[in-house]
Design a protein around this ligand. Structure first.
Ligand code: GTP
Ligand code: MG
Length: 227
């Protein structure tokens, strides 16, 4: 169904996105000057973002300084998990909002004051729709899909997958118990983003975490080299 006031809605959207882009540009400048690698980690609710951040901290074992920005509508549950796992973390509340925007991340970056050459992991609000539209000033966008969500998600949420630099397929430990066609998922992702690299992982059992951390370390090295 077409909205009656579509031109007006579009103008408002364009204005919001243009303002966001300006904050994203400032974040990118701030991060580049410090040689930091910022990752925008996006997924549906419960796909395993926070579990992956916790597991990454363990797997990296101090090889890369890591700070975390947590985005949620409410509560400090995820920030408390990350602080307990030993990383500096700032929790952002979006209230009724369904995504992080670049001005929120700007404030968090100043509070965190990430050290030179560090990895800044930004856990976006659990949502496969709106976060895809908002540039946060990140260096790379990582979409985390998970086995129980089904193999059709790239086709149903194409913007998220089409703008991703890397896809992770989490919860592969559940493959024996859930109807999930791995080939169909690979094909679907390849249709919306030809050439997209997909790493199968299990944040709880540990599968693929070495490959994921190798990817992070390589990208972090490139970011530090550009500073
Ligand atoms: N079996 C299995 N469960 C997992 C895995 N990763 C995460 N989980 C579980 O999935 C649930 C949600 O994990 P979270 O890490 O909180 O998910 P999230 O994406 O951060 O959730 P939101 O922040 O609410 O969007 C928890 O019960 C985790 O233990 C995995 O690899 N395998
Ligand atoms: Mg979380």
């Amino acid at each position: 169904v077409e909205a009656v006031d579509r031109p007006q809605t579009l103008r408002l959207e364009q204005a919001i996105l243009a303002r966001n882009q300006e904050w994203a540009r400032r974040n990118r400048e701030f991060l580049r000057a410090r040689g930091c690698l910022a990752i925008n980690l996006m997924s549906s609710p419960g796909a395993g973002k926070t579990t992956l951040v916790e597991a990454s901290l363990r797997e990296l074992g101090g090889r890369l300084p890591l700070v975390v920005v947590e985005g949620d509508q409410a509560g400090r549950l995820d920030a408390e998990r990350i602080l307990a796992a030993g990383a500096p973390c700032v929790q952002i509340h979006t209230g009724t909002g369904c995504h992080l925007d670049a001005s929120m991340v700007h404030r968090a970056l100043h509070e965190l004051d990430p050290p030179r050459g560090s990895l800044v992991l930004v856990e976006n609000v659990g949502n496969l729709v709106c976060p895809a539209l908002f540039d946060l000033g990140e260096e790379a966008r990582v979409v985390l899909a998970s086995v129980p969500e089904g193999d059709d998600k790239p086709l149903k949420y194409p913007h998220m997958f089409a703008t991703a630099d890397l896809a992770l397929l989490n919860k592969v430990d559940l493959l024996p118990y859930v109807r999930f066609d791995t080939d169909a998922f690979w094909k679907a992702a390849g249709r919306v983003r030809p050439g997209l690299t997909i790493l199968p992982i299990s944040a709880t059992r540990g599968d693929g975490l070495k490959d994921w951390c190798r990817w992070l370390l390589e990208r972090a090295r490139q970011s530090e080299g550009r500073a």
